[in-house]
Design a protein around this ligand. Structure first.
Ligand code: ZN
Length: 152
């Protein structure tokens, strides 16, 4: 990653942390999942509304570090309008990128905006921050309810 790319990615993360998208509750959601990362203290609730197989609306509330909050925010913008299968594929892509070696090649086109979190690979302690909301979302897509923890 070049220095200018890194600076651009940091800008996107800071922007989503400061002005998180879809940062609200959804009334009568079809799924409501709490995600908790005890290592950092990140705690978010993910709300999902389906229209058949499509994610009609997805939103989140809670608090956490800049990485966890911006990751949840970007996630909501990427998954809205997607089918369950598409969303799980995006989750897998993101998870694979973020848990791969810092110098591993990425499919940049397939990842799109999710690339901004590729720098997290260099900071293993931050990986659970970046994936917290995604794990909660994946659990929601698998029709689970309740709470997930990164330590379980
Ligand atoms: Zn965190």
């Amino acid at each position: 990653m070049s220095g200018s790319e890194r600076a651009l990615y940091e800008q996107v993360i800071l922007d989503h942390n400061k002005n998180p998208r879809n940062f609200r509750e959804i009334a009568e959601p079809d799924r409501e999942l709490k995600g908790y990362n005890p290592l950092c203290g990140d705690q978010f609730t993910i709300y999902v509304k389906f229209d058949g197989d499509v994610i009609a609306d997805v939103a989140f509330k809670g608090s956490g570090c800049a990485i966890s909050k911006s990751s949840a925010s970007v996630m909501t913008t990427e998954l809205k309008g997607k089918t369950r299968a598409e969303a799980l594929e995006i989750f897998n892509r993101f998870h694979h990128m973020i848990t791969s070696a810092p110098d591993a090649p990425m499919d940049e086109d397939a990842l799109g905006k999710l690339r901004v979190f590729s720098g997290v690979r260099e900071f293993p302690v931050r990986i659970k921050c970046a994936t917290l909301a995604w794990h909660a979302m994946a659990a929601a897509l698998e029709n689970k309810q309740g709470q997930i923890s990164t330590e379980s």
